[in-house]
Design a protein around this ligand. Structure first.
Ligand code: ATP
Ligand code: MG
Ligand code: MG
Ligand code: MG
Length: 439
């Protein structure tokens, strides 16, 4: 991609409304534009990151056996009356009327709708387990939308819903999602810690929030230091092996980890001072087993092996891709800008021509652009006539993992400079070697 033909509206000044670093950097790097309270457009650079994040989420959902669908954003109030949540949900729900005066709503979540899909087709335990997910916009009329896409009113969510014959099978489905979440966040370069979370009126202990430790987090969290060292299962993890999956969950729920609402002072006091991590955290995912909370009032039943009818045992599993991007920036930046983990960087390489119009610089840049692209890398080529200082500042701000800098002096000697955004390390290399190194 040539920067001269791209749409990258960089802001020079710090936007005054941005209270936290991720919001500031997303606005300055031209990733998002605010359209109203808690409402954002995703500009080309931001959209590329969002797509990469969603792709990793999809790959890990699919690997664990979940199936992707797509449900509408606008839902009928009648479905929510069946579950009893239409009145219970309160002001966070955006309620709308259509031209026939029918009550509609913009979905804040999809338990009712997916249960309706399920009950329309599935009648036998033989068709279980089933886990359906989608990645779709949600609207919640938050009391205090703030921090950019971290807490917005319209936001993207991956929400999955599992259906099983009984609690034991439902628990196995919950464990599969637990492990899929560990893999998802690790692939984005994040250390997410599963913490016991409040299950509300339903009770039980099958609810975990996945938390990123960050000073700007809105929750107070407590965990054992061991979590910072745990290994995450590899891509070869066998999701059909219930015992192996349960072992992973058992390890990852062993040491103490709880959000504020679930914090237990007695258990906490038993941990040695050096092993205590008490910090602020960002909730990037939340998984929940709720049994027959929806299947019972909505009459979603299957015939079991015993020939009897059973209300299906359900769970739901959310990740906020838009919040996740802000959380990644909170965890990975410096005073010059964003530092993207390779897996979700909008481009792999920023190619900087220090003197556009110079024959040799242009020629080498074009050679690099072609060769790196052929090697499967996404290249953003800064071919504009801005001064080098401005180009370097932009490159650091948008945080691509590698910068390849081509200037007249190096070009005359057939050399370019390679800069690693994260470490700041720089190296002069012949063109062919730079290509080999990155490709
Ligand atoms: P919070 O406690 O931050 O209000 P929540 O517990 O209401 O979040 P869930 O209903 O568990 O959120 O939704 C699943 C995921 O959706 C959350 O873990 C988070 O990643 C994301 N999410 C929820 N609300 C928002 C929001 N207002 N803006 C962006 N992402 C959100
Ligand atoms: Mg909320
Ligand atoms: Mg929450
Ligand atoms: Mg939650």
């Amino acid at each position: 991609m040539r920067l001269s033909r791209y749409f990258l509206p960089i802001l020079k000044e710090n936007p005054r409304e941005a209270e936290i670093v991720s919001h500031r950097l997303m606005l300055r790097a031209g990733m998002i534009r605010q359209q109203g309270a808690g409402s954002f457009s995703w500009l080309p650079l931001g959209k590329r990151v969002l797509d990469k994040v969603c792709r990793i989420i999809r790959e890990e959902q699919d690997r664990s056996g979940a199936l992707e669908i797509m449900m509408p954003t606008i839902q009928s109030a009648d479905l929510w009356r069946e579950s009893g949540r239409y009145d219970a949900y309160g002001k966070e729900m955006l309620r709308i009327k259509d031209r026939h005066e029918r009550d509609m709503l913009y979905g804040p979540t999809n338990e009712e709708m997916v249960t309706d899909i399920f009950r329309g087709y599935v009648k036998s335990y033989k068709d279980l387990p089933l886990n359906l997910y989608h990645i779709q916009w949600k609207f919640r009329d938050e009391v205090r939308p703030r921090f950019g896409v971290m807490r917005s009113r319209e936001f993207l969510m991956k929400d999955a819903y599992s259906f099983d014959l009984d609690f034991e099978a439902g628990k196995a489905a919950y464990f599969r999602m637990f492990v899929a979440y560990l893999r998802t966040f690790t692939r984005m370069g994040l250390q997410a810690i599963p913490m016991r979370a409040d299950t509300g009126p339903i009770g039980g202990d099958l609810s975990h929030e996945f938390i990123i430790l960050a000073e700007t987090g809105e929750s107070q969290v407590y965990c054992h230091r061991d979590y910072l060292e745990f290994d995450v299962p590899g891509a070869d993890v066998d999701f059909t092996d219930d015992a192996a999956i349960a072992d992973i969950v058992s390890k990852w729920t062993g040491p103490y980890a709880a959000t504020d609402e679930m914090h237990d002072e007695t258990a906490w006091d038993a941990i040695g001072e050096d092993d205590k991590v008490s910090a602020r955290g960002i909730e990037v995912g939340h998984i929940f087993h709720f049994g027959d909370k929806y299947s019972k009032p909505m009459n979603a039943r299957v015939t079991g092996p015993d020939g009897k009818e059973h209300f299906v045992s359900m769970g739901s599993y959310g990740i906020g891709p838009s919040r996740l991007i802000a959380a990644i920036i909170e965890a990975s930046h410096d005073e010059n800008g964003i530092i993207w983990p390779q897996s979700i960087a909008p481009f792999d390489v920023g190619l900087i021509n220090m003197k556009s119009g110079d024959g040799e610089c242009d020629r080498i840049c074009e050679e690099l652009e072609a060769a790196l692209t052929a090697a499967g890398l996404d290249v953003l080529y800064d071919d504009t006539d801005q001064r080098p200082g401005g180009k370097f500042a932009t490159a650091d701000l948008i945080g691509l993992p590698w910068q390849v800098i081509v200037g007249p002096r190096g070009a005359a000697a057939g050399e370019v400079e390679l800069k690693n955004r994260k470490t700041g390390e720089r190296e002069n290399l012949p063109v062919a070697q730079a290509i080999a190194r990155l490709g």
